[in-house]
Write a protein that binds this ligand. Structure first.
Ligand SMILES: CC(C)(COP(=O)(O)OP(=O)(O)OC[C@H]1O[C@@H](n2cnc3c(N)ncnc32)[C@H](O)[C@@H]1OP(=O)(O)O)[C@@H](O)C(=O)NCCC(=O)NCCS
Length: 157
């Protein structure tokens, strides 16, 4: 993790297209009508300027290597739950060094700073990572053809 900094992604950042290309490659198939372009424009809208929504990027010098977001909505079938930790992604060659954990902590801090006491995520296969960081299992369900777990994080007042 030496040399990694976490920065807020701004809508006019040179890195926006790079980050959108990662999330489109990873999750675009879950949204059949999406395109690389629509992912980039959605990401631009998600940047916000603090609180919900926010997008963060892990930087190694000038190179973006990972991302995570705080969003109002992330699951069509559970619109009553809000907000969400979403789009946690680290480039393959940078994994296993705690970068995702640091991004997740940054999103938790953002949520706590704007008075959020609990928020959610869903994951098909990363439950262990989130449990280690204090997240609890909330509900198992099938979402867009995949078995996933909704997890809940309670934040200190
Ligand atoms: C899931 C994902 C975000 C994890 O990113 P990461 O940066 O490797 O995550 P971390 O390094 O914080 O934690 C991952 C592992 O590294 C270990 N680790 C953490 N800090 C470490 C360190 N300093 N040195 C060595 N290992 C470390 C953790 O214990 C964890 O172990 P595990 O493999 O048993 O789970 C990444 O694999 C990814 O982008 N996957 C594809 C997209 C995805 O699945 N996103 C999650 C959607 S819910």
């Amino acid at each position: 993790m030496r040399g990694i900094t976490i920065v807020r992604l701004s809508p006019d950042s040179d890195h926006l297209a790079t980050v959108a290309s990662w999330t489109y490659a990873e999750w675009g198939h879950l949204h059949p009508n999406s395109t690389a372009n629509s992912y980039r424009e959605a990401l631009r809208r998600e940047c916000g300027d603090g609180g919900v929504p926010s997008v963060f990027v892990a930087m190694q010098g000038d190179q973006p290597v990972g991302t995570a977001a705080l969003l109002a909505e992330d699951m069509d079938s559970r619109r009553e739950l809000t907000p969400w930790l979403a789009s946690v992604f680290v480039l393959p060659e940078w994994r296993g060094q705690g970068i995702a954990s640091t991004l997740i902590r940054r999103v938790e801090q953002e949520a706590a700073d704007c008075g959020i006491r609990q928020f959610y995520l869903f994951t098909p296969d990363q439950q262990a990572l989130y449990r280690r960081l204090g997240w609890q299992d909330h509900e198992d369900l099938c979402y867009r053809g995949e078995k996933v777990t909704i997890m809940l994080r309670q934040l200190e007042a």
